[in-house]
Design a protein around this ligand. Sequence first.
Ligand SMILES: *Cc1c(COP(=O)(O)O)cnc(C)c1O
Length: 432
Amino acid sequence: MKYVSTRATSPAVSLSDAIAAGLAPDGGLYVPQHVPRVEADQLARCSGAIDTAAELLRPYFSGDALERELPAICAEAFDLPLPVKALSTPEDYVIELFHGPTAAFKDFGARFLAAALARVRAQTNELLTVLVATSGDTGAAVAAAFHRRRGFRVVVLFPEGKVSPRQAHQLGCFGDNVTALRVRGTFDDCQALVKRALADRALQERASLTSANSISLGRFLPQVAYYAIAVMRFQKLSTPPLNLVIPTGNLGNALAAVYAREMGMPIGRIVLASNANDVLPRYFEGADYEPRPSVATIANAMDVGAPSNFERLRHLLGDDEVVRQALAAASVTDDDIRETIRSRFARSGEVFDPHTATAVAVLQRLRNAGAGGSWAIVATAHPAKFENIVEPIVGEVRVPPALAELLARRSESTVIENDYAVLRDILTESAE
Ligand SMILES: *Cc1c(COP(=O)(O)O)cnc(C)c1O
């Protein structure tokens, strides 16, 4: 399998090269040259999540130097609980993706990327710096995945005061080869600093840099695999197909579900749940695709005004009409999110984080409008991670053990101004 750029002007490359590169040289995103088919029967014979992931991802690794390492990479990335459970409402289910070390679904992608990249770079002695800008969840997942890995260090930039207290604690609690920088600015400022560093040739001569953002192929592929695992688990509870509602920001998670369906998994409708950042809902209702600046919401990991993976979706499906038939999207306000958290807790004791609650709100709307069949919401974070939003509504939320372990550690981050020269000096100093 070769990988091509969505902008089609860069040459096709191997999987290892696409994973190592991040973005394609023409500025596009790497995608597989074709979408392989996998039969559900074939997956049904696998024993457990790790096996299922390796079987699903096998065609994507075919012919690559990493092909023989795939089972070991999956063993590192998928050694996490991934339960599919019934909700309190009939025929409604939840796919819980938040049982990793940092309590959000991004652990799967970050762990797979780290395991793959460590093997791609096994022969080099050079230190690679993984630079990430984060609105909260990505940075912690990447830090956890690369923590104490030889040959890597992680520099995370996050906006001071704009992540939850527990997210901030998490980001600073790793130490060792992880540096957490608290930037006096917004998430967009953090992202601009990272982009500038990645484009700085003089800096790259002194420190080898890469990024680990959500467009990385090494984060995308494992997400396709967890949908296959979830669907196989769902089949033990009810009859396929399973329809999905997915909390969406940069569109990486939902795009993976589209890929899983294209590969032949018994997935029915896929509906995106957006917060007040409604570029995708507007598009799916027929408006042009018009990226715009993001607005801040209480589901902050989805505060995205220009979803990067939209380019991959269009490349996969073709013209707007086909794209609009394949998916639907709906937007949820902060008030809807709070009301959903409140009413579900009052009615059934179920507790959702603000991101997952966008999907619950959208599913309730769909059911009220008469949608039939089995539906699963995708739970992207544990509610304890967003205690500042959830606890005022439902009271104390029990902290899962993995998160508790991180919160018990000391946490340290360095505050910096929104000033590129400061970041550059930090990157060069510690590389020497
Ligand atoms: C990143 C994130 C999202 C958005 O996922 P995308 O792949 O960017 O669409 C949703 N919920 C949580 C908790 C996240 O951390």
